[in-house]
Design a protein around this ligand. Structure first.
Ligand code: 8YV
Length: 331
């Protein structure tokens, strides 16, 4: 790559300021129409790119990677989760993978907290009532109408106590929730003390005792359907579940069935198992608040993510280890 600008193929439209800077630095191929690429188009891209910049909507699987040209040396993912990339095949082919950790932590934690508030307090139902005809017939305040559930004092069980999980815990603590968590590893004692967090080695035992569950772990082979039908049944029928991580962590069909049978009080979902498809049972239920994968969707967050992608590419091109290099063992 010496001398020549590297060919960087970006699979989706990124914020203007990010695209402009990328064009200054690299021979950048943009996707100005923002149409998600097919697997065939991704294969064409990896054949000619030195660097690929994919997003969560691109499956950079074994089939794609085994057809990559020898020039493909870096996959600079625009996103923190790298479950869209086959990390083992990338490593075997000496392709470095980077992600964008840290810069979307606070935005994603805000969205998680928004769902923790929205579902028990029936925010979406109230809005829908007024906007979808109810304003004309509403007879005014009533002492027993639209009652939700208090969150103050309730038990929040966080699955995955990494950066985002901890940022959720900080917010939830300020709202008077009691913090519980399950994680592969127990977090540092100071962190537990700061968050007044109780560690549960057994996920099953934690699930059975929580009022609200928040999923904040990455999707990996080990966390696929971590919340299986069996585990979902451990939840109290009055419990709520919130997921801003990855849909694949929950058995979505099992959850949809429980929602339908009213075996769970409600759910707040920003992510789905088969995105962009959403189980119709979840869409139909007034107990479920659904968002179209908006956790990190702030202009500030997306520009910061772009900046991280640029730094990772530039550092790599300059012959150094990119700051956000991902190793399969991290996930
Ligand atoms: C990103 C996300 O916007 O970073 C992540 O892991 O889930 C999203 O918020 C998306 O992944 C972009 O690729």
């Amino acid at each position: 790559m010496s001398g020549k600008k590297p060919v960087v193929i970006v699979t989706r439209k990124l914020p203007d300021v990010v695209e402009t800077r990328m064009r200054e630095l690299f021979e950048t191929h943009l996707n100005v129409e923002d149409k998600p690429m097919s697997q065939g188009e991704l294969i064409e891209a990896v054949k000619k790119a030195d660097v690929l910049v994919p997003t969560v909507t691109d499956k950079i699987d074994r089939t794609v990677l085994t057809q990559a040209g020898d020039n493909l040396k870096l996959i600079a993912n625009f996103g923190t989760g790298v479950d869209n990339v086959d990390l083992d095949t990338a490593r075997n082919r000496n392709i470095i993978v980077t992600n964008t950790p840290g810069v979307l932590t606070e935005d994603t934690a805000d969205m998680t907290m928004a769902l923790i508030l929205a579902v028990p307090r029936r925010l979406a139902e109230g809005t829908a009532f007024l906007k979808e005809g109810g304003a004309a017939t509403w007879s005014g305040w009533s002492p027993t109408w639209m009652l939700g559930h208090r969150i103050f004092g309730k038990r929040l069980g966080i699955i995955g106590m990494g950066r985002i999980g901890q940022a959720v815990a900080r917010r939830a603590k300020a709202f008077g929730l009691q913090i519980h968590y399950h994680n592969r590893r127990r977090v540092a004692e100071e962190t537990e003390q700061e968050l007044e967090a109780t560690y549960w080695e057994s996920l099953d035992q934690m699930l059975a005792r929580m009022d609200i569950i928040s999923v904040n772990c990455p999707h990996t082979p080990a966390t696929f359907h971590l919340l299986s039908a069996r585990r979902l049944r451990l939840l109290k029928p009055e419990a709520f579940i919130v997921n801003t991580a990855r849909g694949e962590v929950i058995d979505e069909n099992a959850l949809a069935r429980m929602v339908e049978l009213e075996e769970i009080a409600g759910a707040g979902l920003d992510v789905f198992e088969h995105e962009p498809a959403v189980n119709p049972k979840l869409l139909q239920s007034s107990r479920v608040v659904v968002l179209p994968h908006m956790g990190s969707a702030t202009i500030e967050g997306r520009v910061d993510m772009g900046e991280k992608v640029i730094i990772n590419i530039k550092t790599f091109i300059d012959g150094h280890t990119p700051p956000d290099r991902v190793h399969p063992s991290m996930f």
